[in-house]
Design a protein around this ligand. Structure first.
Ligand SMILES: Cc1ncc(COP(=O)(O)O)c(C=O)c1O
Length: 389
C-alpha cells in the first residue's frame, strides 16, 4: 500500500506452494524470485527509456535484498535523513532525497548522503541552497502540478490546499533560481495514462523553464510491474521527454519493486462468538498492517473461499478497531491454524510498530525456485523496550 487503496484481489503465485508452518508467526515472507522479476522489469524500462530508476525505500526497505536491488536499479529515493543513510550505506548508487521539511540540525548530514536534494518549497530551497551547492549536491524543487488523478483527497498530493509541492502556477524564474531539476509525485498504484495526462496538463506551464533544467523526476506511484501496465507507452514517453527537452529523467517506484512479492503469515489464537464468528490472530491491523485502518483497505487472504464459514479477523491488541476484515474459509477454523495475507512486502514491513507491546513479525526470505528459506531477522522484547524510556 502506498498512499491509497490497494488492490483487494490477489494472486498467491508461488506462495501457493509455501508451507506456512515453516516460519514462526507472525512473519513476513518475501520471495526473492518475485522481487527479482519486478526488478528485471524496472531495469528493462530503464535500459530502453534511458531513465534513472530509483527504489523508493519508504515502500520497501528490506535491505537484506539491497545487493539484489543494486544489480538492477540505479539507487534509492529517500524520504529523509534515515532513509538517505540506509540508501547510501546498503544500496549504493544515487540517492535522491525529498522531504517536506528539512531541519538545520540535519541538513549537513543529509547533503553528505544525497546526490539530489529535493525541496518542497522555494523558501526551503533558498534557505539551504548555498549549503547544497557547496556540498556539490544537485538541487530539485517538488512541484504540485495542480492536476489530480487520485480519487481520494486524503491521498491526493494535488488536492486543494495540499502541502506537497510548489503549485505550478506559482513558478517564476526567481522561484526556480538555483534549481537543477523538478520533481513531481502525484500518482498512486496507477497505470501509464494518468502520468501522460498529468504531463499534458503541466508541460505547457513548465515550457518556459525546461531548457534550463538538468532533470525531471516523475516520482512514484507507477504500477510498472503490474501485468496490465502499458510499459511500451511509458518507455516511449520517457524517451520522448529526454530527447525533446534534453533532460535526464528519473522514476522512483516503491510498490512496483515489491509488488506481489511477500506474504504476512499469522496464526489463529482464539475463536470467540459475538453475533458472528470471530477470530483473534497474532497479526494486528494497527501494529502490522496499519494501512488496513489508515487507507483503509482489505488485504487479500491467501486461498480465501467463496463459501464456507465467515470470520471477522482481528488482532490481539486492545483497540476495538483492530479489525482486519471478514474472511471466509471453506472449513471451520481451528486454534493454531496458519493463514496468510497476500502482497504484504510493501508498505507493511516499513510501517510496523509495537503498540500494546505486540511483537513485531519475523522477516524471512524465501526463494520460490530453490525453496531455500532464511530467517533474516527476529525481534523480541528488547526491540519493544528500546523504543521507550
Ligand atoms: C516522493 C515519493 N516518491 C516515491 C514514492 C513511491 O511511491 P510508490 O511506492 O507508490 O511507487 C512516494 C510514495 O508516497 C513518494 O511520496
Amino acid at each position: 500500500m502506498s498512499d491509497m487503496m490497494q488492490t483487494q484481489a490477489g494472486d498467491a503465485g508461488a506462495f501457493r506452494n509455501f508451507d506456512l508452518s515453516r516460519v514462526p508467526a507472525p512473519c513476513f515472507v518475501v520471495d526473492e524470485v518475485a522481487v527479482e522479476r519486478n526488478l528485471a522489469i524496472l531495469r528493462d524500462v530503464s535500459d530502453r527509456s534511458g531513465a534513472h530508476v530509483l527504489s523508493a525505500l519508504k515502500a520497501f526497505s528490506m535491505f537484506a535484498l539491497a545487493p539484489l536491488v543494486r544489480q538492477y536499479l540505479g539507487g534509492t529515493c529517500a524520504s529523509g535523513i534515515y532513509e538517505a543513510r540506509l540508501g547510501r550505506e546498503e544500496y549504493g548508487g544515487e540517492v535522491a532525497t525529498f522531504c517536506a521539511g528539512y531541519k538545520d540540525a540535519d541538513i549537513d548530514e543529509i547533503l553528505s548522503l544525497s546526490d539530489h536534494i529535493i525541496f518542497n518549497s522555494p523558501a526551503q530551497k533558498d534557505r539551504f541552497l548555498d549549503k547544497a551547492r557547496a556540498a556539490g549536491v544537485q538541487v530539485g524543487l517538488r512541484i504540485n502540478p495542480e492536476h489530480s488523478e487520485g480519487e481520494i483527497p486524503k491521498y491526493d498530493p494535488c488536492a486543494p490546499c495540499s502541502r506537497l509541492g510548489t503549485p505550478v502556477s506559482l513558478l517564476t524564474p526567481e522561484v526556480l533560481a538555483g534549481v537543477d531539476g523538478l520533481h513531481m509525485h502525484t500518482l498512486c498504484e496507477q497505470g501509464f495514462e494518468p502520468l501522460q495526462r498529468t504531463w499534458e496538463a503541466v508541460a505547457p506551464k513548465l515550457a518556459p523553464y525546461l531548457a534550463d533544467l538538468k532533470w525531471l523526476n516523475f516520482g512514484g506511484g507507477h504500477h510498472i510491474t503490474r501485468d496490465d501496465y502499458d510499459r511500451e507507452a511509458l518507455i516511449t514517453f520517457l524517451r520522448g521527454i529526454r530527447e525533446s527537452h534534453g533532460v535526464d529523467v528519473y522514476l522512483e517506484p516503491g510498490e512496483a519493486v515489491a509488488l506481489d512479492a511477500g506474504i504476512l503469515v499469522g496464526e489463529i489464537l482464539d475463536l470467540p462468538v459475538n453475533g458472528m464468528s470471530l477470530a483473534i490472530t497474532d497479526i494486528s491491523a494497527t501494529c502490522h498492517m496499519p494501512d488496513v485502518i489508515e487507507a483503509p483497505y482489505r488485504p487479500a487472504l491467501m486461498g480465501e473461499a467463496e463459501t464456507g464459514t465467515t470470520y471477522r479477523l482481528g488482532g490481539p491488541s486492545c483497540l476495538a478497531g483492530d479489525v482486519i476484515g471478514d474472511y471466509t474459509w471453506e472449513r471451520p477454523l481451528e486454534i493454531g491454524q496458519r493463514f496468510a495475507f497476500l502482497d504484504q512486502a510493501h508498505y507493511s514491513m516499513v510501517k510496523t510498530n509495537t503498540f500494546n507491546g505486540v511483537p513485531l513479525p519475523t522477516i524471512a526470505l524465501w526463494n520460490s525456485d530453490t525453496d531455500a528459506l532464511r530467517i533474516v531477522r527476529q525481534f523480541g522484547y528488547q526491540d519493544f523496550k528500546e523504543r521507550l524510556s
